[in-house]
Design a protein around this ligand. Structure first.
Ligand code: NAI
Length: 699
């Protein structure tokens, strides 16, 4: 017997098992929207009228169970009563269900709302602590981290797991057992759990620690303290009070600028992952069944590992046996790390390793559909590699360069089919950075772009298509900021203060520490390659980098750069970030504004972002913003540099830049498009950016 709703199907069988299957129409993954909630409400009503012994909720989609609430719907929420209505509808529905999860690499269980600037709004802050214990619930909700099926079972979030092959049998067995009254065994919490989750003083301590942890970040990410308050209300008070607190806290955060910007970033990421964004109605991508990677260094090994993990055979080539062996070691250790972190299973790791061939010859590369070149950043070497690749791979392969700053158009020119050549700029470390720039050279064909965009998606990354110009998009915008950090030290501001100013703005690390991570030698190359954008004047940074290189202060990999390092741990500043002259730079300015140091760091990025738009490196503001958030960690709650300009007000930004230009010279000259936006009083986004209520001075 089956009842069909638009998005759900209700089946009952002779054992008294009712199965509700989710298949949300018009969506690739199951999400909760108003219609689904309505369907579900009707299903529950029907079940209540004629209760079965067990209800099983499952997905009829291969893409998994449920991705959560429809983010588009959240974005359209306009008023507090509307928000409350949606929350109440959800609260009414989600009551206790037994939990069985498919144990494969794709299964992730979590409450990722804080990554959207929200808190769980359908009872998650109330139910999760009861299910998995207070400490685990705080970790999951405040960090937005998801658990694999196995970890979720260990935590008590799911009752049982079953591997994909055995899933249907396991579901049937489970459904038979539940009506038979066999109790589900929940994991114990251990002594620590009993103390911290089970006693008043224990819980008070856990909350105190959590409050301290989110304290500094609450202004930028108001969802963190809000989630904490909701959880605390649920743990300390009666059930109804907890749910009411959750509702109030959700209402409090849903209209904040942070939630607006983080939701935008989420939707932009979805948009970037859609091929039609980049090649509307264009040619179909070529399926990638084999990949060649040339260069087994830091980037080559990282890319090889990524491709292998995506299930695609990959041949990695370098010039000498010992280098190839070193590359293989890197691939293996990246894979082992992923297993260690629980990101992939041991079986998946074995399969990935099996996909890799390492070689010093061109022969094994034959038959690859895509080649990624990641050899040293020298044009003569890369040109030779492209010539050889074109010969070894034949006419139909797509050839891509991972160059940071060389011209893709010039590399393409040495091959017989420049239409099949493009840039494919991964970021370091490859396994962690979500962004990949797909660089369109002058002659790159739409088919090539389509193939590479699809390839990047398959690797689980986010593609942005950019034009071929020095530094492409992200480095071009990032380096004026890094350069300015170096200038600030030369102008007398201690490096630690420079970094602190950037972190207070919302950057994950300061610019000097970032330079240490990138490597001062690599930074020197990129910074030099960008000089043409500055009228040929490279400024003092490249020379400073060269001096550091002579001193062996190459950054983290050398144990010393702008800071000292012990392993990955940052230590004291070195003389390279210690000024030798007194500071002329003022410490801050009036309330409601950024300090001078912050302005000197952030405004060059805003200005260069505007220039990228003006020069057609990309077509729309959102692409710039998304790329900067994903490629550099640019303060996500601010939504990107152009969003920042809108939030500060383009008129104010232009006024400030004019002042900076007067004080420091032409490098602060206002981008034409920025002045034009200021002229007509509108920002980069039609929806306008919500202005932060109290933009405090951050010193
Ligand atoms: P790396 O120095 O670690 O590796 C380069 C590898 O290329 C070396 O193993 C070298 O033996 C090999 N090689 C040199 N000539 C070759 C040839 N003719 N055939 C085959 N292999 C050859 O350099 P890394 O950092 O991996 O950079 C590679 C490329 O990626 C460069 O173009 C760089 O600009 C770019 N890139 C680097 C990033 C980084 O942060 N390291 C970030 C993004 C791009």
């Amino acid at each position: 017997m089956a009842d069909d709703f638009r998005h759900l199907r209700l089946d009952r069988d002779a054992r008294g098992v009712a199965t509700v299957s989710f298949d949300v129409q018009g969506a690739p993954v199951n999400v909760f929207n108003d219609e689904v909630i309505r369907d579900l409400g009707q299903v529950v009503e029907r079940l209540e009228r004629d209760p079965p012994r067990v209800v099983a909720f499952r997905s009829a989609k291969p893409s998994g169970f449920l991705a959560g609430a429809d983010v588009h719907r959240i974005r359209r929420l306009e008023s507090e009563p509307e928000v409350r209505a949606v929350l109440t509808a959800g609260h009414g529905l989600f009551d206790r269900v037994e939990r069985l999860a498919r144990d494969d690499a794709q299964t992730r269980l979590g409450l990722p709302e804080v990554t959207l600037g929200l808190i769980p709004g359908w009872g998650g802050t109330q139910r999760l602590p009861r299910l998995v214990g207070l400490r685990q619930a705080l970790r999951m909700i405040l960090e937005g981290t998801a658990l694999s099926a196995t970890k979720a079972a260990a935590a008590g979030l799911v009752d049982r797991t079953a591997p994909p092959d055995d899933f249907e049998t396991a579901v049937t067995r489970f459904l038979d057992e539940v009506p038979a009254g066999r109790p589900v065994r929940r994991p114990g919490r251990g002594l620590l759990g009993a103390v911290f989750d089970g006693t008043g003083p224990g819980r008070a301590l856990v909350f105190a620690i959590a409050r301290k942890r989110v304290a500094g970040r609450g202004r930028d990410y108001p969802a963190l303290p809000a989630a904490l308050r909701a959880i605390e209300a649920g743990v300390r008070g009666p059930r109804a009070a907890g749910f009411a607190a959750e509702c109030d806290e959700f209402v409090r955060v849903v209209f904040t600028p942070a939630a607006h910007n983080l939701i935008e970033v989420f939707l932009q990421r979805e948009r970037a992952r859609s091929r039609s964004t980049w090649v509307p109605g264009g040619p179909q991508p070529v399926p990638v069944r084999k990949v060649a990677v040339v260069g087994a260094g830091v980037m080559g090994a990282g890319i090889t590992q990524l491709v292998a993990l995506a299930g695609v055979p990959v041949a990695m080539k370098d010039v000498a046996d010992e280098i190839v062996a070193g590359g293989m070691k890197k691939v293996e250790s990246l894979t082992a790390d992923a297993v260690g972190k629980g990101a992939i299973t041991r079986e998946a790791a074995g399969a990935a390793q099996h996909n890799v061939t390492a070689t010093t010859e061109w022969g094994p590369l034959a038959g690859a559909d895509v080649a990624v070149e990641a050899v040293v950043e020298r044009e003569d070497v890369k040109r030779e590699v492209f010539r050889q690749l074109a010969e070894a791979l034949g006419d139909s392969a797509v050839l891509a360069s991972n160059t940071s700053a060389l011209s893709v158009t010039r590399l393409a020119a040495v091959t017989p089919h420049p239409a099949r050549v493009a840039g494919l700029h991964f970021f370091n470390p490859v396994h962690r950075m979500q962004l990949v720039e797909v660089v369109r050279g002058r002659d790159t064909g739409d088919g090539t772009v389509a193939t590479l965009v699809e390839f990047v998606r398959k690797l689980g990354k986010v593609p942005v298509v950019v034009a071929d110009s020095p530094g492409f998009l992200v480095n071009r915008i990032l380096f004026p900021y890094l350069d300015e950090a170096v200038r600030l030290v030369l102008d007398g501001v201690p490096g630690e203060e420079v970094d602190r100013a950037a972190v207070r703005f919302g950057m994950p690390v300061g610019p000097l520490e970032l330079l240490d991570q990138v490597g001062v030698d690599i930074a020197a190359d990129v910074s030099g390659a960008l000089a043409p954008l500055r009228g040929g004047d490279p400024g003092p940074a490249p020379e400073r980098f060269a001096a550091m290189a002579r001193d062996g202060a190459l950054g983290r990999k050398a144990g010393r750069g702008f800071y000292e390092y012990r392993g990955a741990r940052r230590g004291r500043p070195t003389p390279w970030s210690t000024p030798t002259r007194p500071r002329p730079v003022p410490r801050g300015s009036g309330a409601g504004e950024f300090g001078e140091v912050q302005k000197r760091l952030i405004y060059p990025m805003i200005n260069e972002a505007a220039r990228c738009l003006e020069g057609g490196v990309v077509g729309e503001a959102w692409v710039v913003d998304l790329a900067m958030v994903l490629g550099t960690g640019y303060a996500p709650f601010r939504g990107g540099p152009l969003r920042t300009a809108d939030a500060l007000g383009v008129v104010a930004v232009v006024r400030d830049l004019d002042v900076l230009r007067g004080a420091y010279g032409d490098r602060f000259g206002v981008a034409t498009i920025l002045r034009a936006k200021a002229g007509d009083g509108r920002g980069f986004y039609a929806d306008g950016a919500p202005v932060r209520e109290h933009e405090e001075v951050r010193r």
